[in-house]
Design a protein around this ligand. Sequence first.
Ligand code: PBG
Length: 334
Amino acid sequence: MSYSNINFPSTRMRRMRFDDFSRRLMRENQLSADDLIYPMFVTEGLNLREPISSMPGIERYSLDGLLAEAREVCNLGIPAIALFPVVSSDKKSENAAEAYNPDGLIQRCVRALKKSLPNLGIITDVALDPFTLHGQDGLINDSGYVVNDETNEVLVRQALSHAEAGADIVAPSDMMDGRIGAIRQALEAKGHINVRILAYSAKYASSFYGPFRDAVGSSGNLGGGNKYSYQMDPANSDEALREIQLDLQEGADIVMVKPGMPYLDIIRRVKDSYGVPTFAYQVSGEYAMIKAAAMNGWLDEKPVVLEALLAFKRAGSDAILTYYAKSVASWLGK
Ligand code: PBG
């Protein structure tokens, strides 16, 4: 075996790593508060802050608390929040009509947020799972199959109600076919020409969503059910590119890959193939894993989180939805 290297010693890779200043100068990627989106759970009621047991440090807020918390998020320099509703069982139904109630929880939250914090970007989730009795993201037929085209009609009404309330970005996370085109057409028709669509284009049928389903209370409704007939198979990668391409053709402004860290290869392929704004979601299970290890003293939380999020940037994501957004923004000191 020969170890000859014709570049040595003219090239010593360690030279540039020798000092802090040269390490900083050659650093290819940076993480800043500008890259972060904070997902927040909202619930009916007054003065409520409910902890989520599988997501220590994350709470569900009633509208008053949401406003106070969002102000803090804004002061930390975080550009946007993503809202997820937790509604009581009497608001859930077969047809998910509460999803597009102009006075529904999300619609009221959006109006209040835009009034008190007009510069904070507000992203709303377009999907029916908080509002269906069965916890699926769409309407189902007699055999329990999530029906695509009928679901799209409800998603369009939901997205319009969010836009009318003042949402800056609507984010369909449901994975129905054709929903981006349908929503884009409806937004244009109603004059909402600058409402952006963040498409959860490559959303995988992942087991990392468990704590989120606890947070919004949909896991019980979902029972032993799964979302395999619409969310993507974790084994696939080419399929993600097709999903992205279709959503872009239909009018998406931003595409998303979800979950994050186990899917960094997908983020890179998407960015290289399309060069469009690409976001990634460090999902509830990713948060829970790091948090649990940190709480046990098995991992050093701050450097681990910063390293994980930097990896999203290196993979090509422009922004990251993360439950760590507030912590990171304060660690980075704005
Ligand atoms: C549902 C939705 C899910 C998440 C965001 N929107 C869960 C699911 O698809 O069952 C997961 C987010 C997370 O795990 O942090 N429309």
